[in-house]
Structures are given as C-alpha cells and as structure tokens.
Ligand binder design. Structure first.
Ligand SMILES: C[S@@+](CC[C@H](N)C(=O)[O-])C[C@H]1O[C@@H](n2cnc3c(N)ncnc32)[C@H](O)[C@@H]1O
Length: 296
C-alpha cells in the first residue's frame, strides 16, 4: 500500500483495496494517527463477502443458455427472475417504487450461464466498484465517510456492495454486545427477507474484514438505496445504488434500516432501554437515533 504526502499536507492511500477493485478506492486523512487507529480495527480489504463455516450456501440456481448475451426476452434468467437493469444501472422504476428494502431480489447471470461475463447487461454488481470512491473524514461528526471525488454518480448507478463477514445471528449478537461493552462502533448490517411465512436473515459484519461500503454513513434522507442481489450463491449481496443523481464530493449515505419505519412514538422509550446512538445526519427528516435491530 503506497502512502503519499500531498501538497495540502493531507495523506493519501491511493488504493486501499490493493487492486482488488476495478477502480482504486483512495483514503485521505490528516494525521498518521488516524490511519493507524483505523488499521488496528480494519485490517483486511475484501471485494466480496466472506463466509464462515456454517454460513455457506451450496445451492445454486440454474443459469441461462443465451448465446446473444441475454438480449432476447427468452433469456432463462430474465424470464424466471425478472430484469432489473437498464443502461448499466438499476431501472429507475424500482428506485421510485419504494424507499424500503424491497421484497424482491435481483438475480444476475452467474457462472452457470452461457452468456458473456463481460458483455451481458444482466451482470452489474458482480463487476465491483466502477467509480472513483474516496474514504475521508466526514464533516458530520460521524467519523469516516465515502464520496465520489472526481465524477458525479447518476441515478440508478451501482456504487458498491456492503461486504464483510457473513455471520450467524448468535455470533452477531455476541459481537454486538462486545462492541457495545468496549464502546466501539457497530458495523453489523442485518438483512431480513420475508419468504412465504419465514424470515431469511443475513448478517454482514465488515468491522475487521470488509470493503469500502463499511465506511458509508447512515442518513434518514439518504442518496443510496440497498437492493439484494444474488449471483453465484443464495446468500444475497447488499448492493448500494444511487437513488438520485449525486454530485462530486457529496457524502454517500444509506438508510441503515433499509427505510423501514421506526415507530417514532416509541423512540424515547427504546432509547432508554437500549442506549441507541444519536443520529447526526442533519436531515430535515432525521429520526434522531440510528436504526437499531432489536433482535440483536
Ligand atoms: C458502517 S459504519 C460507518 C463508518 C464510520 N463512520 C467509521 O468511521 O468507520 C457505522 C458507524 O458510523 C457511525 N455513524 C454512521 N452514520 C451515523 C449517523 N448518521 N449519525 C451518527 N453516527 C453515525 C456510527 O458510529 C455507526 O456505528
């Protein structure tokens, strides 16, 4: 990892992903101490989630047998699961339809498909970061944050996934309690999908092992939205897409609750019981506290 001193006396790591992402992910900071503190906690960059024993999913879904790179409506993946992408981004219709974690999953073409892994338009998040993302100290008081520092992001564009260790729920509970006891930040994202009468739960912990998504802060009026995508595994990927056009250097954010409404009437009570963290997003729609998963 190369570290340079810039003229304005800020330090920059040119690519914290060490070449794992298609685009370098830079990290800019003012004091060596800040980077050393980060490295004591976050010690491994990965570009996809890593599974621990007991959390793997061996089942695959079938692929398509397209020879035309999935142009035709007969594509097995499209006709079975639907088609969500246009112009190398998420169809804006899906972004407008809901602000909550939608009860749909995007199925991308996968290693069982015969289409081109490069040209097929039904392969997007699997290519990883395609934007000049930069990790920086946010002005909001929320610690590190993420922005796109040399180009705008257009509505529907894929930004990055929220990658980390996939852990079981009892492990997530243990880790959450330990972090709370040590007064450390919580990074665990719990995804819940309602499938028939069951809730499928996926816990992602990027505290120590993760990607750039780990540095994205919460906002009650966010510019990114989570969608679940599935590629080569039934374990979903938490993919972050732009909800609207985003300016250069505008801080990126997503709703940690996936937009699911907290019951505001109970917020004070919950705060007393669980010591929820105050939200610093500064939006006019701010719900005052960070979302909290009560099952942890
Ligand atoms: C996924 S991390 C985001 C990156 C984090 N800022 C960092 O410095 O590593 C989540 C943590 O960031 C902080 N955070 C994120 N959004 C926040 C917000 N709107 N208000 C206050 N703290 C926030 C909280 O400490 C939270 O546990």
């Amino acid at each position: 990892m190369t570290e340079k001193i810039k003229e304005n006396r800020k330090f920059i790591i040119e690519d914290i992903s060490n070449g794992l992402e298609r685009f370098p992910v830079s990290l800019i900071y003012d004091e060596i101490k800040e980077f050393e503190e980060l490295r004591n906690i976050f010690y491994k960059y990965v570009n996809n989630c890593v599974t621990l024993p007991g959390t793997t999913s061996d089942s695959y879904y079938d692929g398509c047998d397209c020879k035309d790179d999935c142009e035709s409506e007969d594509c097995g993946c499209k006709s079975t699961h639907g088609f969500f992408y246009v112009s190398r981004g998420l169809n804006p219709a899906f972004l407008q339809s809901t602000s909550i974690l939608p009860n749909i999953s995007v199925y991308e073409c996968n290693s069982n498909c015969s289409c081109s892994s490069v040209k097929c338009p039904n392969r997007l998040t699997q290519h990883g970061v395609s934007l000049p993302l930069q990790i920086f100290k946010s002005n909001s008081g929320c610690g590190w944050g993420v922005r796109s520092h040399t180009r705008k992001i257009r509505k529907g564009e894929f930004v990055c996934e929220y990658a980390g260790e996939i852990i079981k729920t009892d492990g997530a509970k243990r880790r959450w309690i330990t972090a709370k006891e040590k007064n450390e930040d919580n990074y665990i994202l719990c995804l819940k999908e309602h499938v028939k009468d069951r809730i499928l739960r996926t816990n992602i912990d990027p505290t120590h092992i993760g990607n750039v998504g780990r540095f994205i802060n919460h906002s009650c009026d966010s510019n990114l939205q989570i969608f679940l995508t599935r590629i080569n595994s039934l374990i979903p990927t938490a993919a972050l897409f732009a909800k609207r056009d985003i300016e250069i250097n505008e801080e990126l954010s997503f709703d940690y609750a996936g937009g699911m409404n907290d019951n505001n009437d109970n917020i004070q009570e919950i705060n007393i019981n669980t010591e929820r963290k105050k939200c610093l997003c500064g939006s006019q729609y701010c719900k005052k506290f960070l979302p909290f998963d009560q099952s942890l």
